[in-house]
Design a protein around this ligand. Structure first.
Ligand SMILES: CC(C)(COP(=O)(O)OP(=O)(O)OC[C@H]1O[C@@H](n2cnc3c(N)ncnc32)[C@H](O)[C@@H]1OP(=O)(O)O)[C@@H](O)C(=O)NCCC(=O)NCCS
Length: 183
């Protein structure tokens, strides 16, 4: 098991089999579920499969648990994941970001996303991190906009959700964006 990524008052650590139930419960939360991609893992078995696949290829994929850290304790607050989409050009897909509603609105999502993105680019040496969220997910669109991602386009009426066609909003962040932020 690799070392956790440490942030201020939180950490990101690779998920283990014991986290599968927490992840499934979070994915089923009514304030999370409508915003996850239809194909995202949702039940304990699919999270177990995902965790096992990541253990076998930790540079190519990973499911992380976001933990809020206090003086003497830590609480599982959310999750985020990645997988490689293009090895040659070092492109990685960020997906499955979710935060327990009790931990929202305090900057944790933004700090965790920034730490995770830095890890993918600086530690794992990817060049481009990309993601997609539903157009109706205004909170996530704002979140990624504020977390250094650039909105690159909209797939109009791309997905059939809840009886209507909805947009997909495409975001990406490249290594040069991180360098520019640092300077
Ligand atoms: C996306 C998510 C991780 C963001 O975490 P969060 O703690 O809610 O983030 P914040 O509370 O910092 O809110 C993000 C920003 O959106 C703003 N916001 C909140 N509700 C909003 C809304 N309905 N429309 C637009 N902006 C909104 C907040 O004011 C905040 O902006 P600020 O940092 O400029 O003040 C969390 O909402 C979540 O788990 N959502 C469900 C799963 C999901 O959508 N995942 C992403 C899939 S692509």
């Amino acid at each position: 098991m690799s070392s956790p990524l440490e942030g201020a008052g939180f950490r990101l650590r690779r998920a283990a089999a014991e986290d599968a139930e927490f992840l499934a419960n979070l994915a089923a939360n009514e304030e999370v579920s409508p915003f996850l991609a239809v194909m995202s893992p949702r039940d304990v078995d699919s999270f177990l499969d995902e965790i096992e696949a990541a253990e076998a290829a930790s540079h190519e994929r990973g499911r992380f648990v976001i933990e809020a850290v206090g003086e003497d304790d830590a609480w599982r607050a959310g999750s985020v994941a990645f997988d490689v989409t293009n090895r040659r050009s070092r492109i990685v897909h960020l997906y499955g970001l979710m935060l327990d509603p009790r931990f929202r609105g305090r900057g944790l999502a933004r700090a965790a996303t920034e730490l995770f993105t830095g890890y993918l680019i600086r530690d794992l040496n990817f060049h481009r991190v990309e993601l997609e969220c539903y157009g109706y997910n205004e909170r996530a669109v704002h979140h990624f906009d504020q977390s250094g991602f650039v909105k690159e386009g909209v797939k109009r009426k791309a997905y059939w959700r809840n009886g209507e066609w909805v947009d997909g909003v495409l975001f990406a962040l490249v290594r040069e964006d991180l360098d520019a932020l640092r300077n």
